[in-house]
Design a protein. Structure first.
Lengths: 109, 283
């Protein structure tokens, strides 16, 4: 019973530490797992480790370095991201993907 | 060539190298060589030492095996060996047989000991590196402190608020449901509080307009979040609110770029772990 309690405590600590938090601005970096072009001209990406999460690239906002916007799965991205933003994958029916807006972004080729 | 010959050659080479190194070590460490014939030693201080040696010990008695100063070789003034100096030394075995000479030798200053070749010069020196002190710029320091204070407040917001993306996902999925907007309202309020905290910082010269604009946008993001929380099951109204919210966040991002670029313009950088590191992308 004591071992189980210790294990649960360890899991709880790990979950708390690794949980994503609200970010006013956060640094991110990782390879693209999922990439979706949205109807409101932004690109929705889900990044893997080391600093993964859901991030959105915007043509009007994101300061993009030479290799351009996110283009394919497996591409590496690095930058910082700001408040939550919305990708409209479809309006009817309404399909929305929230993610953090990329403020500055550089990528691999 | 057989394997045995190669091994012998290798061992011989190692022996020769070791012998050379030991010889060099002996030469470099043997500063008080008792028996040395007259030597030519290239040393900037050799003339002065030689003169001191002459005046202190050789004024009255000149050892038999030393050359008088007026018999220096003619090539001493040769332009190719300007630094060379003829330095007479006394043979101690002869001095032993002559008490007067021995006394002179014992009281004589040690001869120049600089070697012609420093065989250890190829070894890297173990001198401690001297860090150059750079003059600190008060304006840069002020900007650096401001950036760190700004970033620390933003990081504090990050640690106290919940997962922003998850809050938005939950909100979109459960629009119109009672209690679903609480987290979003709380998030909007925290953005406004963050703006209030940031506005209490005194910006350094050159940062007033950019920081004011960014702080205003932090507040507007909070207000847009509160507006978004009013979305209902009406998809058209929701899309309209989402577009409005996105516009505010997009403007925020542009102001943030301007703000962070201003630090770069002043040559202020932040290392990983500092509060201001959020202004510069890094892992």
């Amino acid at each position: 019973m004591a071992h189980l309690a210790k294990l649960l405590l360890l899991v709880a600590i790990c979950t708390t530490v690794s949980a994503p938090r609200a970010e006013a601005v956060v640094n991110f970096g990782g390879s693209i797992g999922t990439i979706i072009p949205c109807v409101n001209t932004v690109i929705y990406t889900v990044l893997g480790p080391p600093r993964g999460g859901k991030y959105l690239w915007s043509p009007n906002v994101t300061k993009t370095y030479p290799f351009g916007p996110p283009s394919h799965s497996g591409q590496w991205l690095l930058g910082n991201a700001g408040p939550a933003y919305f990708c409209l994958e479809s309006v009817l029916p309404l399909i929305v993907h929230p993610g953090l807006l990329m403020i500055m972004m550089g990528s691999s080729q | 060539m057989s394997r045995g010959s190669l091994t012998s050659l290798l061992i011989l080479s190692v022996c020769i190298i070791s012998a050379l190194m030991l010889a060099g070590q002996y030469l470099s460490s043997n500063t008080e060589t008792p028996i040395i014939e007259s030597a030519f030693i290239a040393n900037n201080s050799a003339p002065q030492r030689y003169n001191a040696f002459q005046s202190s010990t050789l004024t009255n008695k000149t050892p038999q095996n030393t050359l008088p100063s007026n018999k220096l070789p003619d090539w001493q003034d040769s332009p190719n060996i300007k630094q060379a100096q003829y330095v007479p030394r006394v043979l101690t075995d002869e001095a032993t047989s002559n008490n007067d000479q021995r006394t002179d030798v014992e009281h004589a200053p040690s001869p120049p000991t600089t070697n012609l070749i420093d065989i250890w010069s190829w070894l890297p020196s173990a001198k401690p590196s001297v860090k150059q002190e750079t003059k600190s710029d008060p304006l840069k320091d002020e900007i650096h402190i401001y950036g760190n204070s700004f970033g620390t407040l933003v990081k504090k917001f990050t640690s106290t608020a919940g997962d922003q993306v998850q809050i938005m996902s939950d909100f979109v999925a459960g629009r119109g449901k009672h209690g679903n907007t609480d987290a979003l309202v709380r998030l909007g309020s925290q953005y406004i509080e963050l703006a209030d905290s940031l506005s209490k910082l005194t910006p350094p010269p050159g940062f007033s307009s950019t920081s004011e604009a960014l702080i205003r946008l932090y507040k507007e993001v909070g207000e847009a979040s509160l507006m978004l929380a009013q979305a209902t099951t009406d998809d058209t109204a929701t899309v309209s609110l989402i577009y409005s919210y996105n516009d505010v966040v997009g403007e925020f991002a542009q102001k943030f770029i301007t703000f962070s670029s201003t630090f770069g313009a002043y040559g202020v950088t932040f290392t990983k772990g500092e509060g201001g590191d959020i202004l510069m992308p890094s892992l």
